[in-house]
Ligand binder design. Sequence first.
Ligand SMILES: *Cc1c(COP(=O)(O)O)cnc(C)c1O
Length: 858
Amino acid sequence: MRAIRRFTVRPVLPEVLKPLGDLARNLRWCWNTDTQDLFRSVDPDLWESSGHDPVKLLSDVSVERLDTLSSDKRFLKNLRVVQADLADYTSGDLWYAGFAAEHPEAPAGIAYFSPEFGITEVLPQYSGGLGILAGDHLKTASDLGVPIIGVGLLYRQGYFRQSLNAAGWQQETYPLLDPNALPLTLLHNDDGSPVTVEVDLGGGRVLAAQVWLAAVGRVPLLLLDSDVERNAGPERETTDRLYGGGTEHRLAQETLLGIGGVRAVRAYCKITGTPVPEVYHTNEGHAGFQGLERIREQVVAGVDFDTALETARAGTVFTTHTPVPAGIDRFPVDLVRHQFADFGLPLERVMALGSEDYDGGDHGVFNMAVMGFRLGQRANGVSLLHGEVSRDMFQGLWRSFDTSEVPITSITNGVHHLTWVHRDLLALLEAPTGSTSDSVIDGYDWNGLVDVDDKTIWNLKRTMRTELIAFTRKRLAESSAHRGLSTDWVSGVLDPDTITFGFARRVPSYKRLTLMLREPERLKALLTSKKRPIQIVIAGKSHPADEGGKALIQQMVQFADEHDVRNRIVFLPDYDIGMAKPLYPGCDVWMNNPLRPYEACGTSGMKAALNGAANLSILDGWWDEWYDPAFGWEIPSAEGVEGDQRDDLEAKSLYEIIENEIVPRFYDRDSHGYPKRWIQMIRETVAGLGPKVLASRMVRDYVTHLYTPSAASSRSLAAETGGPEALAEWKRKVRDAWGDVVVDHVQSLDGDQVEVGTGIHVSALVRLGSLDPSDVEVQLVTGRVGSDDQLREPRITPFPEGADVDGGLRRYEGTVQARRAGSIGYTVRVVPHHPLLVSTAEMGLAAVPSGLSSPPSA
Ligand SMILES: *Cc1c(COP(=O)(O)O)cnc(C)c1O
């Protein structure tokens, strides 16, 4: 018989060992090696067999062992030290305290919404990069003392576990999770009853959820769970799986995440006395309904929709994560109408927020990313290149403006070093206390390997490879046995002195898992070379509904099964954080060959680099930004060439670089047997990329460039006379009057030629209709022009205040310096102007000389 539920009998720890329970329930253990070592010392074998899971360890450890530990002086002393360290960590002043002292406008709280969180393998609530990023964001916020509250869902079956069948086809299993066996506590009201939030699913269906609390260091993470008795069967299943089910199921999940999430935050803040967040950060479109709930809260209190929208927008940050159209969340319009029919907001206003009402848009869908931009006054992509691609992709929302003016900025992702860097390498980088060197960040000197000799670095790298090999053999033996294959050969798989390549990530088609198989014989020759072989470790899950992805995995597995190469190339099933941790340090080269520009950022290469691996990658995402020959290699991207031919070309480059550059550099040895140039590359990679790829750089960027300005906007809006209501009223007035705004006549006062360095004088006659001159800015726009007369890289110069002339016109005169020779074009435009607008393009309105003013779009 199959159990339908599990529950866990929690151990009763002896009084002196009680703090172990507290340590297990604060996830800081997963990035604190002293705490991990303490748990290991409870029972080293159990620690291994539990998969490094403290809660499981404590529930399985024998009473005798606990008795022994209760009187083990050394253990108790360690326990006290680790306990005191956590207490210091959770209560001390960290970076944010100083930042907030210098920036009084810094927010008192930030709510961070994400559909997935990848914090540790024992809390499998993530599928890939988006979740890992969210996990690293929370951990880093904790390390820096940033007052964030994470908000997500608790999926009772998490994401799936991957195994392979004999033929190499992906199998999925969904082990049931028992929240009581996870490092979670249920959120309770003051009277001891569990906190329940309810959301309406439309048509009178009510969905209830309880709220689990994960302590991520100092940061609370609230996870909503629909598996409660009062829900009817189908509703109870809402939080069953991450990205599971059909469209309706997804909509119910996202409704719970966004709307239920805000309600959970309210409850949490009230119960714990935590300051209510001023800024709401939506990590990807899935959580976008949180903005609707914050608007509804105000509308219920008597505020009109437009006013509430202004308040919500000012305090919202939206991050878009994908340039792949299929990756954008869209729902059929009818489903969303049904969902929000009785929500308490004017339905047409809700629907308009997600409408693709631009050229080429689909009127049948509600687009969550589009809503994200309309509900967030600030928005960003996740690398410089992705910012650029996103401005282009969503330009339709601001169609009167040049792509470069689209108000989407970028903050490049980063990774949490304490989670991802091998502990022995971190030890080498530890900075002496009080060190003030520029290369010291967060206590580590990223330039520290300069003072470490070749031998030490090379031995450490060999240790890292050896650990990966041990992990690989164990996982491969399990997998081979599961597939019904022999396992006797597994103990000889991989070699600690052979150059090791890694390739692991989700398997959507744009990531091109099998590009390396383009010329199988050529890859075989590399793997089986007698003198200078390479070896490759590969991993990745395909979304269960993606048959194409599964076929790619099978192709890879079947290649790796072949007897002449199976010792040198392995596919490891069930990629997760637990595998990723030994994988990055164990690799010498990290490979990435996405179809440019579909990799928004990518973070696995950053984790590899921090562990001294070189990157071999297409210039996409973060690598496009920070590539340098000192840190690895660029695979030339054959953009413009289509399909198979593009793959052929890029694969050819991949082989050539490996054959001609990578392999020789690795195997060229000096008289002591060390690969001098390779070791130098390790030093330079850690020194050069270290400071850039840190998640602490990323979180500081969010705090400085998005959270704090957003909180400042919220406060200015509230402080403004009339507040958000006045802004909403002003926007209405401007929109209504915009049709009458006309650039009537423009003339240059210089003829057709000017010299570099002299001024271009322009005069414009403008009609403002019912608007006041202070409602607008009149701008001179200059830039290079080609034969199509399009202004490239436009430069914007506001005209000085104009003067009324006859006939309801105003004359503006201005000058701009001609900076370079060549053909320069110019035009004049009028845009709305208000101190609380963040970008010129914000309202989507601009009047240009044709007399055609574009309709509003944002
Ligand atoms: C870092 C990481 C990812 C993201 O990898 P990308 O190459 O950025 O897609 C996915 N899964 C796991 C387990 C990771 O650690």
